[in-house]
Write a protein of this length. Structure first.
Length: 340
């Protein structure tokens, strides 16, 4: 891979801290429970070796909705770290915050050695995370909850600042000459998604409209966006907040007879192809593989060497970075493996 700067995703926010993690490996492992096994297509990388420390058990509990492929990438990163670190990984997920809290409680009841959790709706997890602390189980956060992880007593956080990502998105829209953007929220109440749209609105010099859709029902997503575009023909950009929703938005543009362009947050292999084809203008990548990998590796480092990434005070930022036609080819080979 050419490592010249013009071929790399352009970083638009510096990392606050650098994780003390070993080199990445693409070797996969099966999870202990919850959902299907992650796609094996990314398991061809060179191994970085395997820890000889005693096996530990870690629960990864996310707010993944059924069919959301973003989390396959997070999980694949977690499985790679688990394989390297001699970790038994138990994966479970539920988009309902109350149910997610119950899954964390299940992990506590199993007396796991560590928990990695997303905080899309942090208030609903406050009580159960307090129980984990009382049980002496270290907990790290990933992906969602950058504003809340320290208040909830977590050791570390791995993800992107969603407000910063949104602000960068808004500035990008200014650069491409957008005038009227609709920001599509696919999960109401998810603080990270709200922060993305708020950040976009803060820096975008044109008009910003918010559109809530039912993200677990893709036909409904399509019809809702289509109706909005028919209602307002002045919309010239649709901003989706997850990679699976961007191609659907492209279909909505066609159905509505609109001239709007589509850009998105997050990345997957289909999205990189769409950028290459010119169907999607750009994506903001938060590197979900890295989030999953660092969360599991962070718990291993804490147990075996007492390390805190970010010193327990600052998050480890995995994004945001723009991917567009200028650099998508350099990323696509990894996206094809399911690791970007």
């Amino acid at each position: 891979m050419d490592r010249s700067s013009h071929n790399r995703p352009r970083r638009i926010a510096p990392f606050v801290a650098v994780a003390a993690a070993a080199a990445l490996t693409l070797a996969g492992c099966s999870s202990g429970s919850g959902g299907k096994k992650a796609d094996e297509s990314g398991g061809d990388g060179a191994s970085a070796g395997k820890a000889n420390t005693p096996q530990m058990t870690v629960a990864l509990v996310t707010h993944q909705a059924p069919g959301d492929t973003f989390w396959d990438i997070v999980r694949k990163g977690a499985e790679a770290a688990a394989a390297k670190d001699n970790v038994k990984l138990i994966y479970s997920a539920d988009p309902n915050a109350g149910n997610q809290a119950n899954l964390v409680q299940n992990a506590i009841d199993q007396k796991v050695d560590g928990i990695a959790v997303t905080l899309a709706k942090p208030d609903a997890l406050k009580g159960v995370l307090g129980k984990a602390e009382k049980a002496g189980i270290p907990v790290v956060g990933l992906n969602s909850g950058l504003s809340d992880w320290k208040d909830l007593g977590l050791l570390e956080f791995f993800g992107q600042d969603e407000s910063v990502a949104g602000e960068a998105f808004g500035k990008k829209l200014n650069e491409v000459g957008a005038k009227n953007t609709v920001c599509v929220i696919h999960e109401q109440g998810n603080v990270g998604l709200t922060q993305r749209c708020d950040g976009l609105k803060k820096t975008f010099e044109g008009d910003t409209q918010i559109l809530n859709v039912n993200g677990v029902d893709m036909p409904s997503v399509k019809s809702t966006i289509t109706a909005k575009l028919k209602q307002d023909s002045s919309i010239d950009y649709v901003a989706t907040l997850g990679a699976p929703f961007a191609p659907t938005a492209v279909q909505s543009v066609g159905d509505a007879g609109s001239k709007a362009k589509v850009a998105t947050f997050d990345l997957n292999k289909d999205l990189t192809k769409a950028i290459q084809a010119g169907d999607i203008e750009f994506a903001v990548d938060q590197q979900p593989y890295l989030q999953g990998y660092l969360a599991i590796d962070g718990l291993w480092l804490y147990k075996n060497n007492g390390n805190y990434s970010g010193g327990g005070e600052q998050p480890v930022l995995t994004g945001p970075a723009f991917v567009d036609k200028s650099n998508v080819d350099a990323v696509s080979e990894y996206a094809a493996k399911g690791t970007r």
